[in-house]
Design a protein around this ligand. Structure first.
Ligand code: DLL
Length: 432
């Protein structure tokens, strides 16, 4: 056995005693090794000795995206650069990307956590797993890849972007498992159906995450592919896929509490609240060396259930997310902030700050249409001017958010203007 599975069934006292010891260590480490944290703690009147265990957690200041932005790229690293072996990143608002750096041991622990998730989904070393998350700065591809290798499964590193090749390899190599976003898996399922390949595949399990999805979608993919589908959670800043996953009971995602200390706060006041009440998930990394994060505000809204699960595991369960406390959207697995769209539009002469992002899901693929009001002069007889502008907007959006969006240019006052907080997003997908 590569890790002690009994750990997943420790008593709450045992879990909390490990968490307390690790919290004390990590607080000492960041205080002594990261000037930014030291200053933050000093500003809060705190010394490392004030944190004696998890009961003192709420004394510590939060870490937010703004802190990451202020210290970009390596200001929160707690070890010399020579000990770092990997960088991952995902988009921030209009500021710098959210970046995370890892030591070799961090990568090993992440791989172990991802492997635990896979084991929970019933994947073993006898499986052939296709990784259909993007490889690169995004954590999905490499995170799932290292987890599967740690487990000893046979990995096919497909990445994204070539569904035809993926389905052919799935048939040829007799893949039994797949890790990819849920919307992509539905697209893959439909491709298999259209190509009449459904009865040629041996798939039995899928590990889907990186974006919100519903039980309805689970049912759809299970029915179409005759598989079991599991939900996996993670975020670049903490570590990618491998923070939490659901077991066969599907009553919440078990979070690996020996590495990640979760709490729920009221996003408006920052007060720690009863974790059975919906609030913002805050995570403290307990074992990370490269870039430990103290009380990191994930912006993901959920509750936590610490009662033992019917599966026998005692690690707390995060319930499916109810939304986010910021305005981040996840479109085709890509994190997008309206502020990025706004900033891109403002670089183009002739556009105005009045825009609307319409997100939809058609044939299980997310679509984005950006409607933007442009100056009156473009609505003369010169159709070419309008087409040119449309092309410019499309290119600027692609550069800013990495997605192809449909662009609709609208006459002045063509969109609804509000006296209060302007609404810039219409999300018709109903994922929460
Ligand atoms: O999405 C890491 C990941 C890759 C997770 C592959 C699972 C599988 P980011 O790009 O930094 O990292 O986006 C993190 O995505 O804060 C959530 O809002 C959302 N998210 C991730 N997993 C889930 C999930 C990766 N299972 C942000 N359900 C997070 C709902 C999810 N939302």
């Amino acid at each position: 056995m590569i890790w002690n599975e009994a750990k997943e069934c420790m008593s709450r006292d045992e879990i909390e005693s490990i968490q307390s010891a690790r919290l004390v260590k990590v607080v000492n480490r960041v205080y002594h090794n990261v000037e930014y944290y030291r200053k933050k703690m000093q500003a809060a009147g705190l010394e490392p000795g004030d944190i004696k265990g998890i009961e003192d957690l709420s004394k510590l200041p939060f870490t937010t995206y703004e802190d990451l932005n202020a210290t970009y790229p390596f200001g929160l690293a707690a070890v010399p650069k020579s000990e770092l072996v990997r960088v991952h990143a995902s988009s921030g608002t209009t500021g710098k990307p959210k970046i995370a750096v890892y030591t070799r041991r961090d990568i090993d622990i992440w791989a172990e956590c991802a492997a635990r998730c896979m084991t929970m989904a019933g994947i073993t070393r006898d499986d052939v797993i296709q990784v259909g998350y993007g490889y690169g700065l995004f954590t999905g591809g490499l995170g799932a890849h290292y987890g599967a290798e740690y487990l000893g499964a046979l990995v096919i590193p497909m990445s994204t972007g070539n569904t035809e090749k993926l389905v052919n390899m799935m048939v040829d190599c007799q893949a039994t498992a797949i890790a990819c976003t849920p919307s992509y898996l539905l697209h893959v399922a439909e491709t298999l159906r259209d190509k009449k390949l459904l009865d040629k595949v041996k798939l039995r399990v899928a590990l889907c995450g990186a974006e919100p999805w519903t039980d309805n979608m689970r049912q759809q993919m299970e029915d179409l592919l005759h598989i079991k589908a599991f939900d996996i959670y993670g975020l670049t800043e903490i570590c990618g896929p491998g923070v939490a996953t659901d077991c066969e009971c599907h009553k919440g995602l078990h979070i690996w509490e020996d590495h990640f200390l979760p709490e729920i706060i009221d996003p408006a006041t920052g007060e720690q609240i009863d974790s059975s009440i919906c609030g913002e998930l805050v995570i403290t990394t307990l074992t990370k060396e490269g870039m430990p994060l103290i009380r990191y505000r994930t912006k993901d809204l959920t509750t936590i259930d610490k009662t033992p699960c019917e599966c026998g595991r005692t690690m707390a369960r995060i319930q499916r997310f109810k939304g986010r406390s910021d305005d981040m959207l996840i479109i085709r697995g890509v994190n997008v902030f309206p502020s990025q769209v706004e900033a891109a539009l403002l670089t183009i002469d002739g556009t105005t700050p009045h825009y609307m992002m319409v997100v939809d899901r058609k044939n299980n693929e997310d679509t984005l249409e950006v409607q933007v009001e442009v100056e009156d002069r473009f609505f003369s007889d010169d159709v070419r001017g309008l087409e040119e502008l449309s092309g410019k907007v499309r290119s600027a959006l692609k550069r800013a958010i990495g997605l192809n969006a449909k662009v609709k240019l609208v006459e002045p006052n063509g969109l609804v203007h509000s006296d209060g907080k302007t609404k810039h997003v219409t999300d018709n997908r109903k994922l929460y």
